[in-house]
Design a protein around this ligand. Structure first.
Ligand code: AMP
Length: 438
């Protein structure tokens, strides 16, 4: 299939050329035709498949006709990085259309967003929390929205955003076209899809078939030796740009510091950073001034660095879907990439689940000149115990009287240990101001 079979108008054709796309990806080939006919679409696709253009191109085509200066398309995304990335794609693809697009997310001043909204835009890419702030203070008018796109719906559920999403949808006319994209389909998302979509066409690109250009490797190692093994691996491997995942933000921070200390150009990305420092870490990673970025799953959402050569799971993710998401960052658009995963004895079940999801056994590797026999320091000599759940429920009030945010990196929450994301209890319904920007 070729892009010209979609009959895009010349402005959009110019955008596709500007982005450098020559052939539609499978999700584009499947989703663009029904979206062009105005149908609701349920898209099962992970990051890295080209799903942004799958909804952005037909959206731009639709908005090219009709009124300007009113918010006519609303895209809701879980994190500010993803929102930025979607907005950047729309700007490139829609350059010739004269349509205006902006992002709305927390963690930055609201005033420039209000000014922009007043000036008039046709497309808003928003994270739920800040969008609700705008709705609350009347600085955004959603009464003219004719297209609603919910992107990475499963992540929004994971991050506790579903109640916010439902509140937002109440502000949008019922008469609209709705697209919902999700990498996985937990029952909560299925329920949401039933609520918001009318007679949808379902399109699916193997959500559990990651880029075939990625090769996978497991590195069994004791917890206490992971940092040393990583250093050794980095020394031995010809890496361009490495994204390292840790389970918690503290581990991300510590590891980032350690890598910097031994001379790597490394940064860490975790929820505690100010928006400026986050942007600095991200753009430094994008432009190559940082070779290594250490991040938690949540902090890394939406990172689109097409030249990532290696994804290292310093800690194994807690679901097979999260594994696919993580490695979706490498091997993009027909490039090759490597995914290294460090595993210790307690990870056996998750490794099996990941292998099942991938439909292949992943090879175990050992480094011949690495000393695996170094004993753990005394306090870590015991097998790692699962984190003891706090006595209180997730999202209960903290001493400051605020709802505590979901643990960054979302290791299994209390009561969720070992359950796949799709079977976990929803976490805090409402995000704290600090976590809203996500
Ligand atoms: P996405 O899944 O939307 O995050 O896209 C993943 C990456 O694929 C982005 O870097 C896009 O710019 C790129 N991409 C999207 N569509 C195409 C295409 N048709 N041909 C080549 N690259 C594409």
């Amino acid at each position: 299939m070729e892009f010209n079979s979609f009959n895009f108008n010349p402005n959009i054709v110019a955008g596709i050329a500007a982005a450098g796309y020559t052939t539609p990806t499978p999700i584009q080939a499947e989703a663009i035709p029904p979206v062009m006919t105005g149908r609701d679409v349920l898209g099962l696709a992970q990051t890295g498949t080209g799903k942004t253009a799958a909804f952005a191109l037909p959206m731009l085509q639709r908005l090219s006709e009709g009124e300007r200066g009113k918010v006519r398309a609303l895209i809701v995304a879980p994190t500010r990085e993803l929102a930025e990335q979607i907005n950047e794609s729309i700007i490139v693809l829609g350059k010739q259309t004269g349509l205006r697009s902006m992002t709305v997310y927390g963690g930055v001043s609201i005033n420039p967003q209000i000014k922009n909204l007043r000036r008039g835009v046709e497309i808003v890419v928003a994270c739920p929390g800040r969008l609700l702030d705008h709705i609350g203070q009347g600085s955004i008018n959603l009464s003219q929205v004719e297209m609603l796109i919910l992107d990475e719906a499963d992540r929004m559920f994971d991050m506790g955003f579903l109640p916010d999403i439902r509140r937002i949808i109440k502000q949008i006319p019922r008469q609209r076209q709705t697209l919902l994209f999700s990498a996985t389909m937990p029952k909560e998302i299925l329920r949401l899809a039933h609520e918001v979509l009318t007679n949808p066409e379902t399109v699916k690109v193997d959500s559990l078939a990651p880029a075939t250009t990625v090769s996978h490797a497991l590195y069994p190692v004791g917890q206490h030796l992971k940092t040393d093994l990583l250093l050794q691996l980095l020394k031995k491997t010809n890496t361009e740009s490495v994204l390292v995942f840790t389970r918690t933000k503290h581990r991300a921070k510590r590891l980032g510091e350690k890598l910097t200390k031994v001379g790597y150009k490394a940064a860490s990305l975790q929820g505690n950073l100010s928006q400026n420092r986050r942007q600095a870490a991200l753009s430094g990673f994008r432009d190559g001034s940082y070779q290594i970025l250490v991040a938690t799953d949540i902090a890394a959402r939406g990172i689109d660095v097409s030249q990532i050569s290696h994804v290292v799971n310093f800690d194994i993710p807690d679901t097979p879907e999260a594994y696919i998401h993580r490695i979706g960052r490498t091997g993009r658009a027909a490039r090759t990439g490597d995914a290294f995963t460090m595993i210790s004895s307690e990870d056996t079940l998750m490794v099996r689940a990941i292998e099942k999801a991938l439909g292949q056994e992943i090879q175990r590797h050992t480094l011949s000149d690495f000393d695996y026999s170094v004993p753990a320091p005394r306090k870590e000599a015991q097998p790692a115990k699962p984190a003891r759940p706090p006595k209180s429920k997730p999202g209960v009030k903290t001493s400051a009287g605020r709802r505590s945010p979901r643990p960054e990196g979302y290791g299994p929450g209390p009561g969720n240990k070992g359950k796949p994301a799709s079977r976990r209890r929803p976490q805090t319904g409402r995000s704290t101001p600090a976590s809203r920007g996500h």
